[in-house]
Design a protein around this ligand. Structure first.
Ligand code: FAD
Length: 391
């Protein structure tokens, strides 16, 4: 088959790897002009995630590039550390910068013949009995046997094949801005977090302390700036965080100086089905569990493995393959989505009273007898999939 994948994030290259290994021709079209560097870090946890990465032959390199982050400290307005969250409370088995992961997956796929086309995007899909004719913004139209939307939360393939994203994207009331800053706090494989009413500011060391990344969580602005207008987004963030203490003014200054920028809704994708005809969705496009879940990349690589495996098991019958892929992945993805609303409310509490309560509560967390339950529950969620063995 010749398969077109939209999106060279995590899910797209992971699927491309398996399809290419299965002998298919694969083209990946990515809207950005190159691999995207933005964001901070993603986690993999449990045997399912690590097993797929091992089979892809990338686990060693991912482990080599792991962030090696330790505890996170909550600080008060003057920067005094008031509470320590040990890494084993929230971290996965391997944490890696999102940009490093993208590069590793690209390097594992480009040399085996996956064709990448950057700076282009799908504009139309016309399906008939034996294929899909696809129109692009730049390249001439072409025919494919299958089209896979691995183009993230705001998937264009989903919009073309299933309708507008308002039907499927469930916003959890928060936005997150991520950008690099100098490691001016001298953080050593650690992060500091400052929580105030309806805002959270986190600074984490990155690239083994060579730099740091700021993550700013805020309630979704009433007037949301255009998704493609990074300057308007920066202005909205600056407005929301004006007057916030700790190191926030310094971070806002840095925010306007860096071109590397991520700003998006903390949101889930919930769809009644992920496939129609010869088109299917994968990763965040189909079942985003949200940025706070720590499961997005794990679900993406496991989904890629299952989708490719089922296509192999059902040659010439994409409908059967897509149905089997969804049967395996849906309960897994829905399990990962559970609890996200509660997490986002606790992460960025609205109201001074709840904020004050949480700021006291986090001081106790490291001493609570049941604290390991959080990490254990995350592990169980990450393991809750029956991983098929494919030829
Ligand atoms: C820049 C960036 C930074 C991120 N940082 C973090 C982070 O710090 N922590 C975290 O937990 N998660 C982060 N995520 C989300 C995380 O990568 C995903 O939840 C997870 O890895 C699943 O990956 P995905 O490939 O399904 O989606 P994504 O990683 O979102 O990748 C989707 C890809 O599709 C591309 N795309 C979008 N629209 C089109 C289009 N119309 N045509 C072609 N290509 C298109 C995007 O440019 C992107 O490369 C980030 C995502 C991005 C895009």
């Amino acid at each position: 088959m010749h398969v077109l994948i939209s999106g060279a994030g995590v899910a797209g290259p992971a699927l491309a790897y398996w399809l290419r290994r299965g002998g298919h021709a694969v083209t990946v079209v990515e809207r950005a002009p190159g691999l995207r560097e933005g964001g901070h870090a993603v986690d993999f946890r449990g045997a399912a995630h690590l097993g797929v990465l091992r089979r892809m032959g990338v686990l060693e390199e991912i482990e080599r590039r792991r962030t090696g982050m330790g505890a996170m400290y909550y600080v008060n307005e003057s920067g005094r550390r008031v509470s320590r969250m040990p890494a084993d409370l929230f971290a996965g088995d391997v944490e890696i910068l999102r940009g490093d992961l993208g590069r590793i997956l690209y390097d594992a796929t480009a040399p085996i013949g996956v064709q990448y086309r950057f700076g282009d995007a799908i504009t139309a899909l016309h399906e008939d009995e034996d294929g899909v004719t696809v129109a692009f913004e730049r390249a001439p139209a072409a025919r494919y046997d299958l089209v896979v939307g691995a183009d993230g939360l705001h998937s264009a393939v989903r919009a073309l094949a299933f309708g507008p994203e308002e039907r499927y994207v469930h916003h959890l009331g928060l936005h997150c801005a991520i950008f690099p800053v100098g490691n001016f706090l001298g953080l050593d494989h650690t992060a500091e977090a400052y929580r105030t009413t309806s805002k959270v500011v986190i600074v984490a060391s990155a690239n083994h302390n060579a730099e740091a990344r700021a993550q700013l969580f805020l309630p979704t602005p009433a007037r949301l700036p255009d998704r493609r207008d990074a300057d308007a987004q920066r202005r909205a963030v600056a407005e929301a965080f004006a007057g916030i203490g700790w190191q926030t003014p310094r971070l806002l200054e840095a925010m306007f100086k860096t071109p590397e920028w991520y700003f998006d809704s903390v949101a889930q994708v919930r769809m009644p089905r992920w496939s129609t005809g010869r088109v299917t969705l994968l990763g965040d496009a189909a079942y985003s569990p949200c940025l706070l879940s720590g499961m997005g990349s794990g679900l993406a690589v496991v989904g890629a493995y299952v989708l490719a495996g089922e296509l192999d098991r059902h040659p010439g019958d994409p409908a059967a393959a897509f149905a089997a892929y969804e049967r395996i992945m849906r309960p897994y993805a829905e399990g990962a989505q559970q609890g996200a609303e509660g997490t986002s409310r606790m992460m960025v509490p609205q109201g001074r009273l709840l904020t004050a309560f949480l700021n006291q509560y986090i001081r106790l967390v490291p001493y609570l007898p049941g604290k390991k339950m959080i990490a254990d529950a995350a592990r169980r969620t990450a393991e809750a999939v029956r991983m098929p063995e494919y030829a």
